[in-house]
Structure formats: C-alpha cells, structure tokens
Design a protein around this ligand. Structure first.
Ligand code: SF4
Length: 76
C-alpha cells in the first residue's frame, strides 16, 4: 500500500501563505471550522502528524493536476 503524504494532499495547508496554521483542512478532521470565508482566521486545522501518523490516512487526495494553458483555452 502506498503511504499518504500530507504535503502532497489537497487538504493540507501550510503557514504563512496558505493558512494561519499548518495542518489538515479536511472537514472531518478540523478542530474548528467556519462556514463563512471572512471567519477563516478562526479556523483550526486537525493535526496532520497525529491523523496520518502511520501514513495510512484514508482521506488522502492528491492535488488536482494543473491543466495546461492550451487545454484551458480549448475548453472555454
Ligand atoms: S491527514 Fe489525511 S486528509 Fe489530512 S492532509 Fe494528511 S493525508 Fe490529507
């Protein structure tokens, strides 16, 4: 079985550019979540080191592949 790597998961955000605190922003793992974007400063992520301690997190999802500029132009 392949290991889940939080740094390659779409639910992981790192401080300071993506979020206030490093961690797992999967809705099922967050300690405090907010529905409204303007309250996002109050969100507290789950501790990815604990949730994915064995590298076997079932909620791992890889980042979506970046589509090429040409494929985006052709689909619009
Ligand atoms: S704990 Fe799981 S869902 Fe959260 S960032 Fe790591 S692999 Fe992704």
């Amino acid at each position: 079985m392949t290991q889940a790597d939080c740094k390659a998961c779409r639910h992981f955000k790192s401080a300071p550019y993506q979020a206030r605190i490093d961690g797992c922003y999967h809705p099922d793992h967050m300690k405090v979540s907010q529905k409204d974007a303007y309250l996002s400063e109050q969100e507290t992520p789950g501790d990815h080191r604990v949730i994915n301690r064995r590298g076997s997190c079932g909620d791992f999802e890889s980042h979506p592949k970046n589509r090429s500029l040409l494929s985006r132009i052709l689909s619009d």
